[in-house]
Design a binder for this molecule. Structure first.
Ligand SMILES: NC(=O)c1ccc[n+]([C@@H]2O[C@H](COP(=O)([O-])OP(=O)(O)OC[C@H]3O[C@@H](n4cnc5c(N)ncnc54)[C@H](OP(=O)(O)O)[C@@H]3O)[C@@H](O)[C@H]2O)c1
Length: 235
């Protein structure tokens, strides 16, 4: 798919990986709308032609309204975290917090379910899981369970949505505001974990966005996961 003059909605497109996707697609000539709960904070980080829209992926009515306003949509990317995901031993986990982790799945399901009627025939959908979906480190029961559920969801609906395509990108440890606003502190906090991987640094949001761009452009790929994880799964 050539993204030039295509309409792209990027949920979670105002920070981290989604922000890089919004910038990449805009550079390729797509009409991009970056969507999150508080999108204005991204105004000076994105080209002026990128639209910003406020929407919580957990609110089905709002999600549907966004699609109606921009239909037909050719590219749907959702990297929104959805809500809080607790970290720590499952035996001590607050069960409401564990359930709340699945807001990410419900947000993804909302954008696919209510987006589908407004997607063009050859549309491309990309969702984000994470390496813990396949190989969790200690304390990542919530992250891993939700990611695995998203991966299962995509595999189960790929046939239904065809010829539209749906794929997953699975990042490892990526240097984004998800780990706090200060890049130096992020590096310090994550270095012991990163040292276990084959590539001993955090990934960049643009390295993940590059994989998402591939999944959008290549018209023969569907029902697939691309891992961008510095070798996490082999570590
Ligand atoms: N960074 C990593 O190491 C890593 C690793 C594995 C997987 N991932 C996954 O990759 C995806 C992107 O992560 P990231 O690091 O780029 O995170 P990020 O920098 O924290 O960005 C998350 C984005 O999602 C938006 N968002 C969160 N909840 C939302 C909701 N309910 N409705 C609409 N927008 C919402 C946020 O904006 P607002 O706050 O304005 O809503 C923000 O734009 C996430 O799904 C994450 O789980 C990341």
């Amino acid at each position: 798919m050539n993204p030039s003059n295509r309409t792209a909605l990027v949920f979670g497109g105002t920070s981290g990986i989604g922000l890089s996707v919004s910038a990449r697609l805009a550079a390729l000539g797509a009409h991009v709308v970056a969507i999150s709960r508080n999108p204005e904070r991204a105004r000076d980080q994105l080209p002026s032609e990128v639209g910003l829209k406020a929407c919580d992926t957990r609110n089905a009515e709002d999600v549907e309204a966004v699609f109606k306003a921009h239909a037909p949509v050719d590219i749907l990317v959702n990297t929104a975290t959805g809500g809080e995901r607790p970290f720590g031993p499952f035996a001590e986990m607050d069960m409401d917090a564990f359930k709340g982790s699945f807001d990410k799945l419900w947000g993804y399901a909302n954008t696919v379910r209510f987006g589908l009627p407004h997607l063009s025939e050859a549309a491309s959908i990309v969702l984000a899981t994470g390496a813990p979906a396949e190989r969790s480190l200690t304390g990542q029961a919530a992250f891993g369970s939700v990611g695995a559920a998203i991966q299962a969801f995509v595999l189960r609906i790929a046939r239904e949505v065809a010829p539209k395509r749906i794929n997953v990108v699975s990042p490892g440890l990526i240097d984004t505001p998800m780990f706090g606003p200060d890049p130096a502190l992020r590096k310090q906090a994550t270095q012991p974990v990163v040292d276990r991987f084959l590539i001993k640094r955090m990934g960049t949001s643009d390295e993940v966005a590059q994989a998402i761009e591939f999944l959008i452009l290549n018209e023969y790929v569907t029902g697939t996961t691309i891992n961008v994880d510095g070798g996490w799964l082999l570590s």
